[in-house]
Structure formats: C-alpha cells, structure tokens
Design a protein around this ligand. Structure first.
Ligand SMILES: Nc1nc2c(ncn2[C@@H]2O[C@H](COP(=O)(O)OP(=O)(O)O)[C@@H](O)[C@H]2O)c(=O)[nH]1
Ligand SMILES: [Mg+2]
Ligand SMILES: [Zn+2]
Length: 277
C-alpha cells in the first residue's frame, strides 16, 4: 500500500503523486459505489493501482473544488483595479472560514509610491502576513515562492490584480482563466482544478473564490475572522461583539488609532451585509 496526493482528475482516472512517482489510478469499486467523492488535494491510499481509501480532509474549497488547502494568497492592488477595503475584508474573512492561512500580497507595486505602500501596510499588516509584489520588476516573487514552499496554495483576488501573471512567473506555466463557457467546448464546461508542482509544494492552477458567499450565522463568527481584534486587550464582556458594548477594547483601540478604522468599518459593513444582528 502506498500513500499519495491527488494532483489531477481526468474522467475516472486520478493522478496521484507519491514520494517517489506519479501514479494513474482509479477508485476501487467499493469507493465508487459508496459515491465517495475524491477531490484534487485529497490524500489517498493506493493498492494495486486502485485508490482504496481517502484520508479525512482538513478543509475544502468549493471554488475551485480542492481539498487540504494550506494557504490562500490574496492579491490586491491600490490602483488598476482600485482598492476596495470592503472587498479585501470580505475575501480575508472567506479565507479565514476555510481554515487555510492567508497571505496578503500588495500587487503591481511598480505602480506605487513608497507612501502608498506604507499606507497600505499600516492598514493591513496586522490582518495577515503581507508581501509587496511586482511581476514587472520581479520584486517579491522569490519571497512569495518561499512562503509557498511545502504548501498547497491557491491564488485569489479580484479580476485584473495579476493572479495569472504571478502564476506564470512562479510556475513557468500558463494559468487557467477560470470556468469555460460556450466557445467550442460545449456549454457549462467546468474545468477541474489541478495541482501544479512548485518547490516542495503545489500551486492550484485555478484562482480561488470567484464567487463569494460568506457563510456566517453569528456576528461572533465574523468577529473571530479579524485577527486585529484578538490583539486588542480583552473587552469587559467575553462575548463582546465590539459594537455598542461598554468597555470594549476594540472600539477603544479604534478610537486611539491602534487598530485601523478602515478595518473596523469593514467589519461593521460585512456584519450588515450578511444580516447579522
Ligand atoms: N504594472 C503591472 N502590471 C501588472 C502586474 N502584474 C500583472 N499586470 C498586468 O495586469 C493585467 C491583469 O493581469 P492578470 O495576471 O491577467 O490578472 P488576473 O485577472 O488577476 O489573472 C495584465 O495586463 C497584466 O499585464 C504588475 O506587477 N505590474
Ligand atoms: Mg487571470
Ligand atoms: Zn469588544
């Protein structure tokens, strides 16, 4: 019996990378009959060219459908396209909810002044680890490469921020552009994501979170997605929602400028957006 990781799926055939080789295998009949879903990223056990079991996942993304994602690299720009703090906050929350770690990348740094970069960093450096990137000059590319090493990572971010360009710089391969529609391939052709080997890890060839639904039922779930709040001293109430409660350390930190007001406003706006009271 060998263990490996599913890196791509073609029809009923799964490519599984083990420590020493890549296998082309099919699920054993019992797995097929149990309608056991096997995703790219899944760890599986293989015996006699058949997948005999799927290891429990630590997480899964819905878009693209990938299991066991360690890191989501969120690209954002200040300009072209213009920064939306609310969009960045929404995407950071979506990443947090998957259980993957976020890496925030300020892309197209070649278009920015030092002042621009410092302003962005002042707002976001406590939200997630932050790297500046220019795919034009190459600045930050190797730093991103080392941050990804050994992990399964997905690139995410709004259209036009430079995901495909970064993917190509990192892997040397052309990135996929998302879901195909029409144009010769038949309608509703959905590509399956694949894992592309990168150092000792993998980069998913399809960007993440094209559609964003925050699946939240409680304001405290949202609150837990803002690491900045954890850094502020404890509030008077343990279940403080950091809105109108007295002696709220978060509101106080915002008032004193220790926590960026922009991030607090994004928190309030997202709470309203998903209808959390
Ligand atoms: N100035 C500048 N332009 C970039 C950079 N990275 C990508 N672009 C350009 O931004 C546009 C969108 O890039 P693309 O990789 O397709 O973005 P995606 O939609 O996120 O995949 C293209 O015209 C790229 O040439 C960068 O670092 N600096
Ligand atoms: Mg693209
Ligand atoms: Zn509070």
């Amino acid at each position: 019996m060998t263990k490996g990781r599913v890196t791509s799926v073609h029809g009923a055939t799964f490519e599984v990378a083990t420590d020493s080789e890549t296998l082309e295998v099919r699920p054993r009949g019992a797995l097929r009959h149990a309608k056991q879903e096997i995703l790219v990223g899944d760890f599986v056990e293989v015996e006699r060219e058949q997948i005999i079991s799927v290891t429990a996942r630590k997480n899964r993304l819905m878009r693209p459908r990938v299991a066991n994602v360690d890191l989501v690299v969120l690209l954002t720009t200040l300009d072209r396209p213009a920064l939306s703090d609310l969009d960045v906050a929404r995407r950071l929350v979506a990443i947090e909810l998957t259980g993957a770690a976020p890496l925030l990348v300020l892309a197209k740094a070649d278009l920015l002044s030092d002042q621009d970069r410092e302003r962005f960093s002042a707002t976001y450096r406590r939200a997630a680890p932050l790297i500046g990137l220019s795919s034009v000059t190459g600045a930050g590319v190797e730093q991103i490469r080392s941050a990804l090493d050994g992990h399964v990572a997905v690139l995410a971010g709004a259209s036009g921020v430079g995901k495909s360009t970064l993917f190509t710089r990192l892997t040397g391969a052309a990135a996929r552009t998302g879901t195909l529609s029409g144009a010769g391939r038949g309608r509703h052709t959905t590509r399956r994501a694949e894992l592309v080997a990168l150092g000792r890890g993998y980069l998913v060839d399809t960007p993440g979170f094209e559609a964003l639904d925050l699946d939240l039922t409680d304001i405290r779930q949202l609150s837990a997605c803002f690491p900045e709040w954890r850094e502020a001293a404890p509030c008077r109430f343990r279940d403080c929602t950091h809105r109108l409660e007295p002696d709220c350390a978060v509101q106080q930190a915002v008032a004193e400028g220790r926590v960026p007001r922009v991030r607090y406003e994004s928190y309030l706006a997202l709470g309203k957006e998903v209808g959390l009271a």
